[in-house]
Structures are given as structure tokens and as C-alpha cells.
Write a protein that binds this ligand. Structure first.
Ligand SMILES: Nc1ncnc2c1ncn2[C@@H]1O[C@H](COP(=O)(O)OP(=O)(O)OP(=O)(O)O)[C@@H](O)[C@H]1O
Length: 677
């Protein structure tokens, strides 16, 4: 079925009387097929009606648009009829006259006789023949709603929009009308979007259920497919094997949102007062001197640029000290203990710390920006090259041939993309990363030394540590991460959640400084200048020859193949690189669970909302005058073509062939431990 209605990245921002604004909807993206029945569900005030009204053309989006059959919706039209909870019938007209009024207005060019039979047909359709001459005051609530539905359908809309149509009715009447609506929709093949609070109603009627998160910045949390065959009958639906699973998922989603609402209210009360405009004001003084940790890697460039170009001071951060750390564990420790205020982190680290990786106390850590994408490679030793290893398949053959030898490969941290991508790559080639090879954690800076000493046979790391091994003739890059997942998120800016709440303005200032630096890094005219800074001993501290190939995008794999032009190898800003999108975060959660690094959080929507702070990115972007574009939440795939659907992460995990037995559990994100630190 082709796309019938497209809600294309819709934002709706309301201006408030106090001069501020309220972002009700953020980046709503939804494609509806012809004849589909979609339900919108979410807590009160999350924006269901706003979205419905936008599709109806009764309200205009602030950003994005709605496209119906290829045409932009700019105003209401007879092709979209809305049925409201309060019926909105004209009280002085009878049932017949109410329906006829709409038909005569919309179909005035049709012969009178035809119009009359349309009216009569729709009276019968909703079973109101006996009440055709009654006025609304003589009808029950259910009857009035049937008139409203008949009136909407009589003008043959392409799209029927229902805003809690049965909300005001008693349970018995509601049940009857739901079945009637279902039958009418099936017979007339009309496309429907319905707002509801009722999970059973949504399951009975819908093909898909769109679950919206709480506002502000409400967005689609998850879309559930309801694969129950049609025609449906209530008892068959309720007894369908999938019914309670779907119902539980919906209730679980709504409970997560409820908990989130309560937590935010509690935090707001604890954090401060409101000013005359109603905005929250922090009671704590903002922090203007910061300690930021980093590891010597090419992709620490944004931090270096922010320091060298005075961007921290530009945004009011008086003193920023950069500390070159020894390992990713040291970075995690620095953030956990408060020794560091912030740090570029490997992408999975904020999620893993929040989930309590390795049996550690969970520490809520958040990220408001992706600092870099790509930039990694898998280097193998020359010994393997000499054995003829050029591809993943060759590597598998070498493992099979040398049964008495276990190859050891270096990774920089269990939560890093290096680990997750290396594991993914190996597993897709039939190599079990836990059983067929030995993975060891080695700080990036020490990879080359251990490769040279023969302690490891290869590694996955960021630059300049692949190029250095290649340059020194110690190894070759069998794959870069562009071969595995182009655009993968590599580093993020990590801070403790309680730190961000205590110093909200400092945090936004820090984000702005670093984001501006990211943009500076992606202006290629600046790369030579940045390269010189990176070479300094207080930053990466190596010869320019090691950094240049990756950073300037002239990548030589060391295999004898010609130098590749890879302008996107170290990506800092272009292609909407900086937004910490939730779908990629969810993919990381699946991989952390796949390899038993962390459990898979049953409350993954809550975890992603807490950790991947798209809202803070948006705020910093807006203050910088950038468009705060969010990535799509559509399915994507890595190099092996296995599709990851953000609406079905567990289905994806179950389809992966090499996978540890993983735990699914609700992870309670409790800040007590960190706040005490
Ligand atoms: N004209 C407006 N001006 C300012 N804020 C608005 C306006 N219309 C809606 N809002 C706000 O936008 C948010 C979404 O409202 P909306 O009515 O779409 O929610 P809803 O999910 O349909 O709620 P309910 O289930 O209670 O009907 C709410 O916080 C609401 O206060």
C-alpha cells in the first residue's frame, strides 16, 4: 500500500501570553497508508489533539507539514472530516437535517435525488432510521455520536479523524459504537486517525498504535503494529494470543510516561523557584570554571578548537581546564566522582553508566550532543596480512586453520562503538567475539605498542592509532567503520544528570561552545590549522603524519590498495551529526544487551529519554541560531543488511544469530547514589 498521509517532521510551538513559548510537538514523522486505522495514545496534554488538528488542517504546524495524497494540507477540507467528542450537532436540526446540511454543502453539484439517497443510506448505516426525525435533545449520547459519524462519512471523506469519539459515552454504548465504527471503516475502506485514552479501544480498532511521549517536545515513543486479522470481533481480538502482550506494552509505556511526569515535577520543585514569567530559576549559582577530561585522539578536535579559539569564554565559561586522561575507565571514574564536570565519552558510555554496567552502581549520565561520527578502523597485524588475511572471510579461515592459537584483539572500552562495531563485524562473518577470539581492553594510546610487542593481533580504535600502525608498518586496516555503519555516533559529550540539573545554564553554554567548535572542525579550510593544534603534546602529541590521513580524509589502509578519499571519515557537524538521536541509542542498547554488557532495559523509552537529551541539543542549537533537526526514527541497517526497527528492538535482538543469553529487566534510574557523592 502506498503512503496516503505523510506527517513530515512536524513541530508545533505555541506562543504563551507571558511572551514565552511551549513546544507541544517535536519532529513528528508518520506515514499512513490508505485504508489504515491509526490510533494516537498518550497522557493528557501530550499533544494528541494538536496532532489530529494539524492533520485536519485546523491547525498549522510551526515546522514541517502534512501531505495528503501528495498535496500539502494548508486548511480544512471536505476530504478530511473530524468527529469530536462533543458531537457538534446543530440542536435545531433533526438527525436527517444535520446529515443533509453537510451533504448539501459539500456535494451541491450532485442531483438532489442522489444527495437524498446518500443521506438516507448513512442514516441506515448507523442504525438511526427510527430516530431520523428527532432533534439532538431527544437523542442519547451514543445516538448523537452516531449522527456525527454518519454526517462525517456521508460526504465521503478520504480521511476520517476522530478525537476521542466515544469518550463521553457509557461503557455499553461505547462498546456497541466501536464495533459499528469498525464495521463501517472496513466496508468503506476509509483511512482513520483516532485519538483515544482507551487501550482496549485502540487494540480493537487499530492497525497501528502511535504512542506519544509527554510534552514538552512530545514525540513518537513507539509504534505498535496490531497484526490481528480483519474482520475483527471483540471476543476474537481479546482472545488473540498477541492481545495481552500488546496491551501490556501499551500500559507499560503509559506507566513509564507517568513516572517520568512525576519525576520531572519532583525535580522542578527541588531545583528552584519560578520567576515572574513562570520559568524555573536555578537556586544554585552556575559554574563558570570547568574541568573537562579527554583522551588523546583525533576526534578530541572539537574540545581543542573550543579551547584554542576561546569559545568557552565566548559563552561565559570563564575557565576551562582540559585534562588528558589515561583511559576510558578514568573518564568514567572522573565523571562518576565529580572530579570532572564533563568529558567527550565513547557513545555507549552514558547509557552503560546509567544502567550500571559491570555491576557498578548506576549513575545517570546524559548527553546533549554527539561530538563526532565515524573515525574508527579495525587494524590487524602484519602477521595476519602475511598469512593472506584481507577480508573478514579470510580472518575466519585463519581462525579455523590455527585452532591452537586464539587471536587477541584490543578494544578501548566495553561500552564503546569500537567494541560494539568490532563484535558486530566479527559476528556477521560467523566469528563469535567471545568464543573464537579474545577481546581485551587497552587504552587507545597503547594499542600500537601492544601490537608491536605481539601482545595483540589487532584492534578497533579511533585515529591516529590505526594510521600510526600503518605508517610504522605494523598492521593494516581491514575495515573502517564507514564500511560497517557510515555515520555511526562515535563520541558524545557526557555529564552527570544531577550536574546538568544543578547547572543548566552552564551546561547549555558548554554545549554551545562545543557545538560551534564542531562546526568549525567541519569547515575543511580549518583542518590544517586544527591538525597543528592536535599535534601539540598537551593534546594528542604525535607527528602530523599519523593524524593527517584520517583527519584530512586521504585514507591509506596499508594493504597496497590506492589511497581512498574519505571526506566523511572524521565527521563533526555535517549531515546533522550532532543530534543525539534516540534510535541509534536504542541500537546501542540492543548491542550492550546482546553481549551481556548491560541488561536490556524493559523501560528503554524512559532510559533513552533520560540519557539522549535531544531537548538540550535543541535548546543549544536554537540559541546558536541553528535548525535543531532531529534524525528520523525510521528503520536502518548496517553493512550486513539486517534491518533494525526502533519499534521492535527485541525482535531485532532475537533475530541476531550470534548473541548471548540476555536479560530484560526494568532499570530503576535512581539518583540517590550520585547526589550523595
Ligand atoms: N493554543 C494553545 N496555546 C498554548 N498551549 C496550547 C494550545 N493548545 C494546546 N496547548 C498545549 O499543548 C499541549 C498539547 O495539547 P493537546 O490538547 O494537543 O493535548 P492532548 O494530548 O490532546 O490532551 P488531552 O488528552 O487532555 O485532550 C498541552 O500542554 C496544551 O496545554
Amino acid at each position: 500500500m502506498s503512503v496516503f498521509v505523510e506527517v513530515d517532521h512536524v513541530d508545533r510551538i505555541f506562543s504563551l501570553p507571558n511572551g514565552e513559548s511551549y513546544v507541544a510537538l517535536k519532529n513528528i514523522e508518520l506515514k499512513i497508508k490508505q485504508g489504515e486505522f491509526i490510533s494516537l495514545i498518550g497522557h493528557s496534554g501530550c499533544g494528541k489533539s494538536t496532532l489530529l488538528n494539524t492533520i485536519a488542517g485546523l491547525d498549522r504546524p510551526t515546522k514541517g507539514g502534512v501531505i495528503l495524497e501528495g498535496r500539502q494540507v494548508t486548511q480544512p477540507g471536505p476530504d478530511r472530516m473530524v468527529v469530536f467528542q462533543n458531537y457538534s450537532l446543530l440542536p435545531w436540526l433533526t438527525v436527517r437535517q444535520n446529515i443533509a446540511l453537510a451533504v448539501n454543502r459539500v456535494m451541491r453539484r450532485q442531483p438532489k435525488g442522489d444527495r437524498r439517497s446518500i443521506v438516507e443510506h448513512h442514516i441506515d448505516l448507523v442504525g438511526l432510521r427510527h430516530a431520523a426525525d428527532k432533534r439532538p435533545c431527544e437523542l442519547s449520547g451514543g445516538m448523537k455520536q452516531r449522527v456525527a459519524i454518519a454526517r462525517a462519512l456521508a460526504i465521503r471523506p478520504k480521511l476520517l479523524l476522530l478525537d476521542e469519539p466515544f469518550g463521553a459515552l457509557d461503557a455499553l454504548t461505547r462498546g456497541g459504537l466501536q464495533e459499528q465504527l469498525m464495521q463501517i471503516c472496513e466496508e468503506s475502506h476509509v483511512t482513520c486517525v483516532m485519538v483515544t485514552h482507551d487501550v482496549d479501544e485502540a487494540l480493537l480498532l487499530s492497525d497501528r498504535i502511535v504512542m506519544l511521549t509527554n510534552g514538552p517536545e512530545s514525540h513518537i515513543g513507539q509504534i505498535l503494529e496490531v497484526p490481528i486479522p480483519r474482520p475483527r470481533h471483540r471476543m476474537e481480538v481479546v482472545n488473540h494470543p498477541i492481545y495481552y502482550n500488546l496491551r501490556n506494552q501499551m500500559i507499560y509505556f503509559l506507566n513509564q510516561q507517568k513516572r517520568d511526569k512525576k519525576r520531572k515535577a519532583k525535580q522542578t520543585a527541588a531545583a528552584g523557584n519560578t520567576n515572574t514569567k513562570g520559568a524555573i530559576v536555578s537556586q544554585t549559582r552556575e559554574k563558570l570554571n570547568l574541568n573537562i577530561g579527554f583522551l588523546p585522539l583525533t576526534d578530541c578536535a572539537p574540545l581543542v578548537v573550543a579551547q584554542e579559539k576561546g569559545l568557552f569564554q565566548k559563552y561565559g565559561l570563564e575557565e576551562v581546564n582540559l585534562y588528558r586522561e589515561q583511559s576510558w575507565d578514568a573518564i568514567a571514574e572522573g565523571i562518576a566522582t565529580g572530579r570532572l564536570d564533563a568529558a567527550p565519552m565513547v557513545t555507549g558510555m552514558p547509557l552503560a553508566m546509567t544502567l550500571g554496567m559491570g555491576g557498578n552502581t548506576p549513575i545517570p549520565v546524559i548527553t546533549g550532543a554527539v561530538l563526532s561520527r565515524n573515525g574508527n578502523a579495525i587494524t590487524l597485524s602484519n602477521r595476519l596480512f602475511e598469512q593472506g588475511v584481507r577480508t573478514l572471510k579470510d580472518f575466519k579461515a585463519a581462525i579455523a586453520k590455527n585452532k591452537d592459537r586464539v587471536y587477541t584483539l584490543g578494544i578501548v572500552h566495553e561500552s564503546s562503538m569500537h567494541n560494539l562495531m568490532l563484535r558486530y563485524w566479527l559476528a556477521s562473518g560467523g566469528i563469535d567475539p567471545d568464543r573464537d577470539v579474545n577481546l581485551v581492553v587497552v587504552p587507545p594510546e597503547q594499542m600500537v605498542k601492544h601490537l608491536k610487542a605481539g601482545n595483540i593481533d589487532g584492534y578497533c580504535v579511533g585515529e591516529p592509532w590505526n594510521c600510526r600502525a600503518i605508517y610504522e608498518g605494523l598492521g593494516f586496516a581491514i575495515a573502517t567503520d564507514l564500511d560497517i555503519w557510515p555515520g555511526n555516533p562515535e563520541k558524545v559529550l557526557g555529564v552527570r544528570e544531577d550536574w546538568a540539573d544543578r547547572f543548566p545554564e552552564t551546561h547549555i553554554a558548554l554545549l554551545k561552545a562545543i557545538l560551534e567548535a564542531c562546526a568549525y572542525c567541519d569547515d575543511r579550510r580549518n583542518r590544517e590549522e586544527i591538525l597543528q593544534w592536535l599535534c601539540q603534546p598537551n593534546y594528542v602529541g604525535v607527528a602530523a603524519e599519523y593524524i593527517r590521513p584520517g583527519f584530512l580524509g586521504h585514507y591509506n589502509s596499508g594493504t597496497g590498495a590506492p589511497t581512498q578519499l574519505l571526506p566523511r571519515f572524521n565527521l563533526f557537524h555535517y549531515d546533522n551529526a550532532n543530534c543525539p538521536g534516540r534510535a541509534e541509542g536504542l541500537w546501542i542498547l540492543t548491542q550492550l544487551a546482546r553481549w551481556n554488557i548491560t541488561p536490556f532495559p524493559k523501560n528503554w523509552i524512559e532510559v533513552l529519554e533520560r540519557v539522549r537529551r535531544v531537548d538540550l541539543f535543541g535548546e543549544a542549537a536554537r540559541q546558536l541560531g541553528w535548525p535543531d533537526i532531529e534524525p528520523d526514527r525510521k528503520p536502518f541497517q548496517l553493512f550486513d543488511g539486517v534491518v533494525f526497527d526502533p519499534d521492535d528492538p527485541l525482535g531485532y535482538l532475537k533475530r541476531l544469530t550470534i548473541c548471548r543469553e540476555f536479560n530484560i529487566q526494568e532499570v530503576v534510574i535512581d539518583r540517590t547514589a550520585t547526589e550523595a557523592a
